[in-house]
Write a protein that binds this ligand. Structure first.
Ligand SMILES: CSC[C@H]1O[C@H](OP(=O)(O)O)[C@H](O)[C@@H]1O
Length: 353
């Protein structure tokens, strides 16, 4: 049993598990330049809100090392420019801009360019380490919330490879396996790019977790037929009122949970909260290329010239969310008040706005 990892920083080198090649090819690729990291995020080689933030942080630090100037303000300007470029790769996961803003703030403490380069890398490593610790705590709190429940449904991959380790929605299953607590997980395949069938099934199998694959359209029937007891999902951005953006199809599950009267949980670290926005209406929804829908594995399915709408995320209203599981504990409805009450001096975006 081994909980898979997708990001490694060793001896000054950043390598990532190419998630576009999973599950049939396990390939780690070295990312050496800003463009390497930008492309890896845009093409979903590295994906998942926390993992995107971690990769971008290392990417900014890597790019800074190459800036050949002794002039501090010029260096700061170059770092800001790099951060803006990386931040433009994907719009929905707040962890991306949150991580970049943490580094561009930290670097300003430098008195020299060399010190600035060091501060950037140290902050990237800190973000990486903090996320692993946060996800482990999410797993622990998730286990207690799921006490007495076995059959749980999820969508997309909010797993170990989408974070530093353990994952968010999948953390209770990984930890449960370590602690001898068994679950029966029903994973939605997650069209259009199959994060569920390609990544979640593979990842949970590495941890000896009992996982069953269904198509997204089977969710309603499966909840009844298999007596699903709870649904747990990840998040890409959580607004101040608890509205949550997550992979497209998540709203479907939240509406089904409400209709069936089973709990719908969101699992996310503090870095996924964006208190600078009051509701989900303000969350930018990424739209991706048509080929993700018109083709499967490079084979054209839809007719030539088919019109496509391909939103990669949807927003679940807070009223459908029974609790948001964080590293500081479970946050319950009354989110405007309870999010800051539980997260305290949290590190999400907009905490001080
Ligand atoms: C803990 S990962 C959070 C989130 O990120 C995924 O999106 P994507 O695969 O497009 O990066 C998915 O929405 C996960 O739930």
């Amino acid at each position: 049993m081994a909980i898979p990892l997708s990001i490694s920083w060793q001896e000054g080198k950043l390598t990532i598990l190419d998630q576009q090649k999973l599950p049939h090819v396990i390939e780690y690729v070295a990312l050496e330049t800003l463009e390497d990291v930008y492309d890896a995020i845009l093409s979903l080689k590295v994906r998942g809100a926390p993992a995107i933030g971690i990769a971008a942080a290392y990417g900014l630090a890597l790019a800074a090392v190459r800036h050949d100037t002794d002039e501090l303000q010029t260096f700061f300007h170059l770092v800001e420019k790099d951060a803006a470029h990386l931040g433009s790769s994907r719009p929905t996961a707040v962890n991306l801009v949150w991580a970049l803003e943490r580094l561009t703030a930290k670097v300003k403490e430098a008195a020299t360019v060399e010190q600035g380069k060091k501060l950037l890398l140290e902050e990237a490593v800190r973000i990486h380490e903090e996320d692993e610790a946060a996800c482990r705590k999410i797993g622990e709190y998730g286990l207690s919330l799921l006490e007495g429940k076995t059959r749980v449904m999820t969508i997309c991959n909010a797993g170990s490879i989408a974070t530093a380790k353990y994952g968010t929605a999948l953390a209770p299953f990984h930890l449960g396996s370590e602690l001898g607590r068994q679950f029966e997980v029903y994973a939605c395949e997650t069209r259009p790019v199959f994060q569920g069938s390609r990544l979640t099934v593979w990842e949970l199998q590495q941890s000896d977790v009992d996982v069953t694959l269904i198509t997204d359209s089977m969710a309603a029937h499966t909840i009844g037929a298999k007596e699903i007891e709870a649904i747990i999902v990840g998040a890409d951005r959580i607004a101040a009122n608890g509205d949550t953006a997550n992979k497209i199809g998540t709203l479907n599950l939240a509406l089904l949970a409400d209709a069936y009267g089973i709990p719908f949980y969101v699992a996310a670290p503090a870095s996924t909260f964006d208190l600078s926005i009051s509701s989900g209406r303000e969350i930018p929804i990424e739209e991706r290329k048509a080929e993700e829908i018109t083709h499967i594995a490079g084979i054209q399915i839809a007719p030539e010239g088919t019109k496509v709408f391909n939103p990669a995320f949807d927003v679940t209203p807070a009223r459908l969310i029974k609790a948001i599981i964080t590293e500081q504990g479970a946050i319950t409805p009354g989110y405007e008040k309870n999010i800051p009450a539980v997260l305290g001096a949290y590190t999400g975006k907009g905490a001080n706005s």
